[in-house]
Design a protein around this ligand. Sequence first.
Ligand code: GAR
Length: 190
Amino acid sequence: MDKKINLAIFASGSGSNAENIAKYFAKHPNIQVNEILSNKLDAFVHERAKKLAIPSFTFSKEEFRDSSFLKRLEGIDYIILAGFLWLIPDYLVRAFSNRIINIHPALLPKFGGKGMYGSQVHKAVIESYEAESGITIHLVNEEYDKGEVLFQAKCKVEPKDTPDSLAQKIHALEYEHFPRVIGEYIKAHN
Ligand code: GAR
């Protein structure tokens, strides 16, 4: 792979995955994180972006729904969703067909869909007395959490787990695997 590959990360919250991915690819010869975009002006991910010296932007729902949003993504090869809340509009799925990768903090197809974000997911897993949970890294299509699965990893759910303690286990799996899986997927398709 000789060509330079540019990533845009979309994140709605803390952005610890965004930071982990940016740090991982900072040492990569071909893949780099060019920008971080968020639907929230006060998301902590903007602070992280500043420290990493990566430009970050906020967009509104109206901007996101309009295909002129594609102008902001000029030169971007892949979109990485790292804790991003909104459904990806059809025009964007089409423009980046098989080039949008999401991470979900559960073992899809369980515990996916609209509103299943962050601690809501962990709460639902615990309330269902699941013996295990995990992460799913998948391609994005027009429906929430329905695209092709690229990778899953599991962890145990203990009776004493809370949404917070489960989130910690899930984050550890995310940090370990998400950047690597992104890198391997891109390498296999370029
Ligand atoms: C991550 O656990 C990610 O899997 C999840 O949000 C968290 C963001 O954490 N994503 C979803 O729930 C998507 N439906 P972070 O902001 O610290 O990276």
